[in-house]
Design a protein around this ligand. Sequence first.
Ligand SMILES: [Zn+2]
Length: 110
Amino acid sequence: MKYTCQTILKVIGKLVSNQYVSHCKVCDKRTFNSVEHVICFCTNNDAQGNRVRDAVYDVKGHDGFMSIMYLNSAQQCELLLQLASEPEGDALRYPCIAHAVASLCSSMWD
Ligand SMILES: [Zn+2]
């Protein structure tokens, strides 16, 4: 869980500070926002991206999932990271989403 929380924090930091073009470490495409790319657009991360979408569907249900999918990519990233880091007591409220997002985004540092 510590690794998951550290990764989520690093992703949030990268999302709010990433204002330069970089190359995706997975597909080598040039991207202005690596977090949005990895979460919403990287086609080489489809299996891990599907795990994120499955986790969101399980937690939010069909209507909640569809309302998230209609958001633009920046809004989707913000909401996913909000869900992934939402506390409940001294734990995470949605650990399945946190694990899936951390696993997907860990490719940015591997
Ligand atoms: Zn990529």
